[in-house]
Structure formats: C-alpha cells, structure tokens
Design a protein around this ligand. Structure first.
Ligand code: ATP
Length: 393
C-alpha cells in the first residue's frame, strides 16, 4: 500500500463565468519516503490537487468525486477534526510565499515551538530544544540566537528555511511543497532544495513537490506526474521522462528546462496557452497546441495508458494519455531527445537509439543529478534544432 493514493479525483469551481473543472479524474500515488514531482504550466491544477489532498478546497470549489487514502485511511470520509489532526501531524504543506505562513508578531522560535507543543505534546523546554535543532537542520546560522528573532529580521531565503523547519517540526510522513523556492534567487533555491532533500531522507518524509520547472524535478524527484488542464498526461520516473518522454506536452516542457543563469520562463515557448477550463477543447485538451495532432485528437479524449501496450493503467507508475498509444493516430510521434554531456545509460545499459549524443559540453552540470542535459529537437521539415521546443514548423 502506498502512503498516499488518490483515485479518480475531480474538483470543480462554480464561478460566475461557469464551471471550472480544475482537476479531472486524476489518479496517482506516492510511496513512503518517495519524492514525487507534479509539473505543468500555470492553471494545470497542481495547487488544487494539493489542496484537495489536504481537504482545503473552499467555496466556490467542491471535490466532486474521488478518494484520497492516506496510510490506508480515506481522508474524504473523515470528520473535519480528524482531518485537522492528519494535517498537522502526518501531512504538512509549504507554500511559495513564506511570509503568509509566518506570523509577524511572534518570534520564529516561538512559532516552531508552538507547533511542536501542539502536535507532539512536548513541554516548553523540550519544544524549544527541538525548535533550535530544526533551525540548525535547515541551515540557519546561530539558531539559538535567531530563535528570538521575528520573521521580518530574516531574508526571504531564511524565512523559507524557517517555514520548512516548521513543516518538519511534527515529523510528517508527507510534505507537500507548492513552488517552495519560486520566489527565491537561483543559488538560494539550489541550497534550499538540497537541504529539503537531505532532511526528507533523514526524517524519512515523502515529498510531493509542485513546480513548473522540470529542472527542479530532475534535481530532487524520483517520479513525476505531468499535468495539463486538470488531467495527468504522463507519469514516469525522472529518468524515463528525460530519456524517453511519451507525451508531446512533456516533450514541450523538456525544452523549457531553464539553464543556469537563464531564469526566464521558457514554458512560454510552447506555442499557445492552457485552455480556459470552463470550456476545455474537445477530444484531447492539448490538441490545439500539439504539433502531432490529427483529426481524431479533436474527437476522442485519450485515456491514460501504458505506452508500450496501449492498455489502461489505473494507478500504475508509467503512463501517457495520447492517442499515439491507443492506435488511433495515422502517424507516429516524430521527435528526438538529445542528451548532451556525461549521460547515463538507461537501466539495461543499452544506449537508447532515439537519444543522440553529440560531442558538445554539457550546459548544466553542477545542478544536474541525473548527469545529463536534455534538449528536445523538433525534427520537422527542415530538421533544424528548434530551441523553442514544440512548434508546428
Ligand atoms: N478559488 C478559485 N475559484 C475559481 N477558480 C479557481 C480557484 N482556485 C483555482 N481555480 C482554478 O482552477 C484551475 C487550476 O488552478 P491551480 O491553482 O490548481 O493551477 P496550478 O497548476 O497550481 O497553477 P499555478 O502554477 O499558477 O499555481 C485554474 O483554472 C484556476 O483558475
């Protein structure tokens, strides 16, 4: 049994403009201690998914259907007070903006100690000790002295470290991190992610990391779910996603991986935008932006299938939702993955024939734990290296 099992989750918002289906029939699971990435452009439904898991969806939103089992218990069946218990003790969440998570009128030490007292039933002295140790763990220098400082006396990066300390204070089994470093400088981001990863291992905490940055996923995660317009379009291990992405949207995201020193949002390079979720395009919702789309894609919604067999997958860990794998397309998806630098071989040790390895130096090495740099080349008519990612040539 996985730590978290989300099955057939559908969440809608009843707005004046119409009904927004923010999450549509979504299933995934996170194993104990696993680092699970959720990636997709703005509006894909990543945050709503996380909030649903915490049962924090508010009006005009509604969880329409689905089950969320945590450690075997269905969170949807629990009373509000039972869920509140789970939230502090077993599942913790950190958000992009540290400031909203910290109370400006209490010292950071008091805030962490209070959480510890409340959830772990510690006495004052023990809670203080544990809080100081956590501040030290997340890399705050002179933690004993800083215990008595107020949030505004910390830099943005240090505030986010405090928030991580607070989230870890009750030793949760699952930490949901929603764009935890987006607001921070790149070098600070790398340090904080590194710290988060090490602490998660030390505390044996699973992480659900939400980001629009595949580079961050590569650095931290074991597995990834790619979301588009409220649905999962691909699920894979990080290696599979790099060496062998199956969904055209993933292919597009891959070419949007930011390089070091290049913080512009290159997700913009996939032509078009996420559809209005009040009126999602018919068939495959990605079809208006997909260079491989055929007539059938405008009619039939692709099920999530095992890309090798074309069969339905349920909660399985390798899946893609594209008609290319259900035998409904006339043509094959025609793209190549270029892997530069000190590339690793796939598990079987055989080079992937689709992966080209030119001699060029890696562009990003020091923050590239899978040891490779990936560029997706759109091999359209002229076969040119189109750094812009997906394009219809
Ligand atoms: N309170 C709300 N009222 C109405 N619609 C909402 C509300 N919250 C979210 N939505 C809609 O749900 C959809 C998914 O939003 P969500 O925040 O989950 O996306 P996301 O992938 O997390 O994007 P981002 O990266 O920008 O956070 C969006 O279309 C959004 O407009």
């Amino acid at each position: 049994m996985a730590l978290l099992e989300v099955e057939d989750l559908t969440v809608k918002f009843y707005t004046e403009e119409g009904v927004v289906t923010a999450v549509d029939d979504l299933s995934f699971r996170i194993k104990r201690g696993e680092k699970f990435g959720v990636v997709g452009e703005s509006g894909a439904g990543k945050s709503v998914t996380a909030l649903s898991v915490m049962r924090l969806i508010e009006e005009p939103g509604r969880i329409e259907s689905g089950t969320v089992r945590f450690d075997g218990e269905d969170l949807m069946e629990m009373s509000e007070s039972e869920v509140r218990d789970v939230r502090g003790n077993d599942i913790a969440m950190i958000f992009q903006d540290a400031q909203t998570a910290l109370n400006p009128v209490y010292t950071v030490g008091e805030q962490i100690a209070e959480a510890i007292r409340h959830h772990l039933d510690y006495g004052d002295a023990a809670a203080r000790d544990r809080a100081i140790r956590l501040l030290d763990d997340v890399g705050i220098p002179e933690p004993e002295a800083r215990y008595d400082d107020y949030p505004h006396e910390f830099s943005g990066g240090m505030q986010q470290r405090v928030v991580i300390a607070m989230a870890l204070s009750c030793d949760p089994d699952l930490l949901i991190a929603d764009e935890p470093t987006t607001a921070l400088d790149v070098t600070i981001e790398a340090k904080i992610l590194d710290r988060l990863e090490r602490l998660a291992e030390e505390y044996d905490t699973a992480i659900q990391l939400i980001t629009h940055d595949l580079g961050v996923i590569a650095e931290m995660c074991d597995r990834v779910m790619v979301m588009y317009a409220g649905r999962a379009v691909e699920k894979a291990t990080v290696e599979e996603m790099y060496y062998d992405p199956k969904h055209p949207y993933t292919v597009g995201l891959m070419s949007a991986i930011p390089r070091i020193g290049d913080r512009q949002d290159r997700l913009q390079t996939i032509p078009g935008t996420m559809p209005d979720l009040v009126e999602v395009p018919s068939g495959c919702s990605f079809h208006p932006r997909c260079p491989f789309a055929e007539e059938e894609c405008t009619r039939k919604q692709p099920p999530l299938v095992d890309p090798e067999t074309g069969e339905g997958v349920g909660l399985s860990d390798r899946a893609a939702a594209c008609l290319a794998y259900t035998g409904d397309l006339d043509n094959e998806l025609d793209y190549e993955v270029e892997v530069r630098g000190r590339a690793e071989q796939p598990d079987d040790g055989q080079p992937d024939p689709r992966v080209r390895r030119p001699d060029s130096e890696p562009v990003r090495t020091d923050s590239d734990p899978v040891g490779l740099d990936t560029d997706l080349l759109d091999q359209n008519d002229d076969g040119e290296d189109d750094a812009g990612g997906l394009s219809d040539g």
